[in-house]
Design a protein around this ligand. Sequence first.
Ligand SMILES: [Zn+2]
Length: 157
Amino acid sequence: MSGNADIYHEMIIDYSRHPTNYETEDQRKLEDSFFKNTDVIFHDSNPLCGDSIDIGMKIDDNKVTDIKFSGKGCAICMACSSVLTEIAKGKSLDDVRKIEKNDILSELGLEQLQAVRIKCALLSLKVLKSALYTYLAKHLDDSQDADKLKEDAASLY
Ligand SMILES: [Zn+2]
């Protein structure tokens, strides 16, 4: 294992133990839960591995003002979800929809990930794109633009 691989491996373990922009099941039961006060929430799962996550966003003036995820996942899923929320937070909706799989994979040295694990890594991006689609479809007069986003999400893996 090269030095870099060690560092990436450590980052993934660290994120899985201490995910960022994350709300636990218990926190979601509380009155001031982030997920009780979002503009859009989307859920999806990866049955092959058991990853199952929600992403919630607060959107204001076409910008993701806040974003959190919740749920259960393997180390790769938790790490990639953390990285994705860090990337998306504060960005315009236009920039968020341009996020590509390599933006996440390269952060964690996962570009060469095996096909069976790629769903673990990209589940969060799929959920994010689907959440954005759900939001846009509700708020745009012309839903053609949003449909493109739905296709993007479906073609990720
Ligand atoms: Zn997984």
